[in-house]
Design a protein around this ligand. Sequence first.
Ligand code: ATP
Ligand code: MG
Length: 352
Amino acid sequence: MTRRQYTVALIPGDGIGQEVVPSARACLDAVATKHHFGLEFDELDWGSARYRRDGAMMPEDGFDRLAASDAILLGAVGEPDIPDTVTLWGLLIPIRRTFHQYVNLRPMRLLPGVTSPVRGGENIDLAIVRENVEGEYSEVGGRMYRGRPEESAVQESVFTRVGVERVARYAGDLAARRRGFVTSATKSNGIVHTMPFWDEVVEQTLAAYPDVRREQILIDALAARLVLDPSRFDVIVASNLFGDILSDLTAALAGSIGIAPSGNINPERDHPSMFEPVHGSAPDIAGKGVANPVGQLWAASMMLEHLGEQEAAADLLGSVEAVMAKGVLTRDLGGDASTADVTAAVTEQIGG
Ligand code: ATP
Ligand code: MG
């Protein structure tokens, strides 16, 4: 039998990415040894330092390097004095679009030792499926009459039938493996062209799943329901903008942004998918050794699941939960453990 072997492109990036990615690497090594598969890391120095040096976050042949990998594990990119557009349009968005990572998956539930800021938060167990490549985040539009009284700006949204159908299908498939309930975020009362189209295509697509219940909720009401009654939700499917906002909201409901994971997924697997924590480079705590590595570790577990290593994925996340249940918690969760303490406890828990 040939040994299972994967190549992972590793982009620690900036700030606490430099601390939580090595933590994930150590835990991945431990879990790969225990579950008898090989992991090879292609470590890439992409990010703000490179941008300052070369004027680009990634090299010209960057996509070829990534394309040769089975998956990408990203920490965080961005520094306070570098414009968000450089990080977003110079790295994250091109990767998502080039590799057709059209689903942004953000599972969320309350991990042991964490207190939710809302009532009923203990029972949160949901997943946000955000459309990741089209919709509101488009380059179509422009600024007009700069500096004149009639100055204005136009920003177009682009929704395609193919684009909405495939993300709805992903939500339907996921719900069928979970509790069988999809909520679609809409705003068809105010946005009268794209949102009714979204509703129609989502409805048609999900009608093919007889065992999946479905509903549409206006985004404003949905935001309120998430705070008042978060445990009623299973899978939430949303456009690029709505999904972006909702997933920060649910990450906050689950106690700390430091534990939330995210997958930029290419469901067809014709290109690598990319896994990262929801948090950014957190310059305020970078270099102090106190960053919570759990978001990065959970993202690494999602990556293993995507690679087909289900047992190892469950082992890694289960070990993180066991360690948290023992009270090994970083400062953001009210504990005093360092990044290194959590890493050591998780690798020990995995054993091997
Ligand atoms: P970006 O623009 O890259 O998203 P940001 O400053 O908007 O960066 P974060 O970098 O996520 O957002 O930081 C938001 C706050 O959450 C900061 O106070 C940061 O210290 C805290 N934080 C983020 N991630 C972690 C973590 N892993 N552990 C502890 N605290 C964290
Ligand atoms: Mg941010």
